[in-house]
Ligand binder design. Structure first.
Ligand SMILES: *Cc1c(COP(=O)(O)O)cnc(C)c1O
Length: 392
């Protein structure tokens, strides 16, 4: 069996039926039909067939999906136009009216809205548990619980969910588990190794890695992924040919990028811990993280995502200082998204303020003085230097 670094370069190669080393971009909506009508019908109904119509599949999407499935240790994968297309398609492939879903207190904001607003519209009840208090899960399960939806480390507060605990409980009761593995990337964590059924990603982030595309992916058994493909035909969120090609190109360096990002993030987090204007550092690779032992057990690396809280005599002062620091930064760009080669920083209290009440913010672990940082692959001295001047 080959190693991940080799898989990143060679997995899925068989889908390239041309002589070019790098696959061509199939920039076409449709493909010539076979002259035999039976074959044409087969092409139109076979799951993920890459030579029928763009919404059904694309040769480069097949190649890229196979590579990602390999990375996650799953049988199959399906690419989607965005991470949210992957999440909504995966969830809607599993649940029906009358089912009950369990999710965490904190999730990526658009996923929270799906759980809070969209699912109840279709007669699906959702309950929440505190992923930092894992046994609180037991009490919210019901006889009709069909799905447990997870995300670890979670956005933005980097809470860790005990994947093996959830998977064991779910398996014993026939409940499907889906985990959003965006923050970790398969280099740092493989939920499937801990028994999770379905892994989803916003491939916009680490997998693509260059902030030049949006994409998503659903990884699972062949059967589950084919179900999701059927739903995707109706929901419509298939990935465009050029974006599938860019994603494949980005993936080649995933391992190199993530290793450098892990290293930079740890060094920056350690530097923050000693800074007098930083009240708290949240990084799952630091022993001071409340769930460090769990992170160490289920992760191979600790990602480039970290949060810091600036000091202040009250929340108002913290809010203002966080914004000031953000404005002073020169290398870290103030922009949404994460997981690219460039370092970014955002102020969650301003971002999420639009969607969350103060009580919800507190529940989701968002504080007014908090900055969420996505560390890139720039030189660590320059990254530290940027925060040094911004805090000064
Ligand atoms: C960005 C993100 C998403 C959504 O992905 P899009 O590609 O923006 O649709 C979902 N989950 C997490 C954890 C994310 O960071």
């Amino acid at each position: 069996m080959s190693q991940i670094e080799t898989d990143l370069i060679h997995s899925g190669e068989a889908f390239n039926e041309t002589r070019s080393v790098v696959p061509p971009i199939y920039q076409t909506a449709t493909y010539f039909a076979d002259s035999n009508p039976d074959d044409f019908l087969k092409a139109g109904t076979e799951a993920r067939y890459p030579y029928f119509y763009q919404r059904h599949g694309n040769p480069v999407s097949s190649q890229t999906a196979e590579l990602i499935a390999k990375l996650e240790g799953k049988e199959a994968a399906l690419l989607t136009a965005t991470g949210m297309a992957a999440i909504s398609t995966a969830v809607l492939s599993v649940v029906r009216a009358g089912d009950h879903v369990v999710a965490q207190l904190s999730h990526y904001s658009a996923a929270s809205i799906l759980l809070k607003e969209l699912l109840p519209q279709f007669g699906i009840d959702v309950s929440y548990f505190d992923q930092q208090d894992i046994t609180s899960l037991d009490a919210v399960l019901r006889d009709n619980t069909r799905l447990i939806y997870l995300e670890t480390p979670s956005n933005p507060n980097l809470a860790i969910t005990d994947l093996a605990y959830v998977a064991n409980l779910a398996k014993a009761r026939g409940i499907v588990t889906i985990c959003d593995n965006t923050f970790a990337s398969p280099i740092n964590q493989r939920p499937g190794d801990h028994g999770i059924d379905v892994v989803v990603h916003s491939a916009t982030k680490y997998l693509g890695g260059h902030s030049d595309l949006t994409a998503g992916v659903i990884c699972g058994t062949e059967e589950m992924v084919n179900q999701a493909w059927k739903k995707l035909l109706s929901l419509g969120g298939s990935l465009a040919p050029f974006d599938a090609w860019l994603l494949l190109r980005g993936l080649r360096t995933l391992s190199l990028r993530v290793k450098q990002i892990n290293e930079n993030a740890l060094a920056l987090a350690q530097w923050f811990e000693k800074h007098p204007l930083i009240k708290r550092v949240l990084y799952c690779g630091l022993p001071s993280h409340p769930q460090y032992a769990l992170a160490k057990r289920q992760m191979n690396g600790y990602t480039g995502m970290l949060c810091v809280e600036v000091v202040g005599k009250d929340e108002q002062e913290q809010f203002e200082r966080a914004q000031l620091v953000l404005n002073n930064l020169r290398i870290f760009a103030n922009a949404a998204s994460l997981g690219g080669v460039e370092s970014l920083a955002v102020h969650p209290a301003s971002m999420w303020g639009l969607h969350h009440s103060p009580e919800q913010k507190l529940k989701a672990g968002i504080n007014d003085g908090m900055l969420r940082i996505s560390v890139g692959i720039e030189h660590i001295d320059d990254l530290v230097g940027d925060f040094e001047q911004a805090l000064g």
